[in-house]
Design a protein around this ligand. Sequence first.
Ligand SMILES: [Zn+2]
Length: 720
Amino acid sequence: MDTSSSPADSSAADSPTDSNPLLVTSGLPPWDRIEPEHVIPGVRLMLQKAESILEEAERDDAVDWDRIMDPLDRISLLFEYGWNPVEHLLSVMNSSELREAHETVLPDIVRFSLRMGQSRPLYRRLCALRDSDRWDRLGECRRRIATRMIQDAELSGIGLEGEDLRQFNENQERLSRLATAFSNHVLDSTKAFHLDITDPADADGLPESFRRMAAAAWNQDPQNADQKASVESGPWRVTLEAPSFGPFMEHCRRRDLREQVYRAWIRRASEGDTNNEPLIAEILELRHSQAHLLGFRNWAEVSLARKMAGSVERVETMFEELLQASRDRGRAELKEIAQYAADHGQNEPLAHWDVAFWAERLREERFAFTDEQLRPYFSLDRVLEGLFRICRLLFGITVRRADQEAPRWHEDVRFYQVHDENGTLIASFYLDPYSRPENKRGGAWMNDCIARSVTARETRLPVAHLVCNGTPPVGRVPSLMTFREVETLFHEFGHGLQHMLTVIDEREASGISGVEWDAVELPSQFMENWCYHRPTLLSMAVHYETGERLPDELFERLCAARTWRAGSAMLRQLLFGMTDMHLHARFDPRNRESAFEVFQRIAEDVSPMPPLPENRFLCSFQHIFAGGYAAGYYSYKWAEVLSADAFAAFEEAGLDNEEALAATGRRFRDTILAQGGSRHPMDIFRDFRGREPRVDALLRHSGLIEPATEQQRQNDPAGR
Ligand SMILES: [Zn+2]
């Protein structure tokens, strides 16, 4: 069934652009027909329709759920078919024509979305609904949707008038300009530095993959046109881009060169005309005044108003518990590295630029394995079989390939259908598995294609996009994955499961929609654990040529690698998270203490090796100054706590006991996967786990506490 019965749609039915594939609103998007030339006319017409629906809705004054939400639902549907596919294709089938068309219509899309989010008539009606006696009868899910819409509107300044509103908008604009400048400074100062290695003796120890990248970096510079670098003999260019900086610090044997590169790294965006120091002060001050205008005490409260953690205190309690458990371990790890360095010929005391280098030597000696060693054991189809098998056991779902059922954007793309225990079709997904450097963005991700929604008019089943960047098969060699890629596939499939196994009828709360930001990584990180589940891993890790199973010894090394330097890694994340929270929760313009002093002070307490006084890491901390992580960096750890604790429920049930796993899996499906954004994530978590989340499982999985200690901590309430 389609929605052409609505007045706004019927007006376009006669239009010649009706054949535009971006204007269908039922079934699967016609991927095989969408061309760049459809984008401009299709999106414009879609926006026209959306605009007239919105105007109609704004003229209405009924304080009634259906009358308010039905037009919004129709607008979402238009976007689902008319805009989301454009964004998707931009990532997986990029071309200059598509990019140009996208850029042309993007400002109109942004303008419309802003206008809809800040519509005063809609806001007033939602508030009237909240204050009416109908509110209590709406049910939890609808109340949550409406509350969130009201809150989003308010956080965008809709409740402000007069001078306050003018000030708010001015600050907002200034903040977005500062964020862009902040990023540009990081980018420019990163680019401004390089170190050229011309003597092959200095490249001793640098791995082949690094040399290839570094030779290419040298060759890219037009000034080097008359001296082409070769992978074997250089010259090699070291840069401050992460893929260059990281391996260089781990492998370069020349200590003085490591120091030089390290010092450049910690000074990024802190000098000259790319200095972010004044921007940091201004950003913090502006956020603080935005918080005040919105009626909050500080920016941390604004951020947490929409998150699962809910309060600064709760986040700080988590920090404290994690810190207590990892501080000593972090120090011990550093001591071990220092000892190893001393035993292997370093006479000077261990400095910042030595840690990664010696840690890597120790790791290699202890349990190194290379991606190439593992790759032959992980062929895509076997891995998918293993993934689908564990999902069937846990959640009772069956996944079947059904390419012929769906239009696709590329011949490598696969289409799968998901059935429940009764054989009922409940969802489907696309898998775009291989890298296509010419037109596909790198990385892996899950996105929604169609959201589940059930209205009086129709029922729509959820459809997900799973995009990976694996190696394509060559001849008789199948697509082989690194272990990291296997983990990533499980991770993204976890997001996909929450999108597909939802039972919520309201589009705004079905699947991952409406899930609090700090809870959204729960199902994905949870699924990663199954890569270390012995039966699951051994069932899918089969050598593609010899049919041999993954040797036990390699499996053990994989597990050991998971907890390698876990204390140091934890402390590093805590330093970032605690600094972020402190700057946004305790900021006071009259403070004598600068942001850098805050960072340094927290580091003295947290880090096994506190930063150098000249460290200007904050100047390149884009997550919180140019991204969406302000007073939200803690979310990484928060989600890890949730996912580890959720997995612990399966460990307690018995990882070798299929019956117990199935029972726990169904509970996970019925709560966390099925209910998504329809209820507060803490309530859903409590329903699954029988209590609030605890940090113990994460600490145990990271090797930071012994299983026995965890038992004690659980029995001793004071230990929490
Ligand atoms: Zn994720």
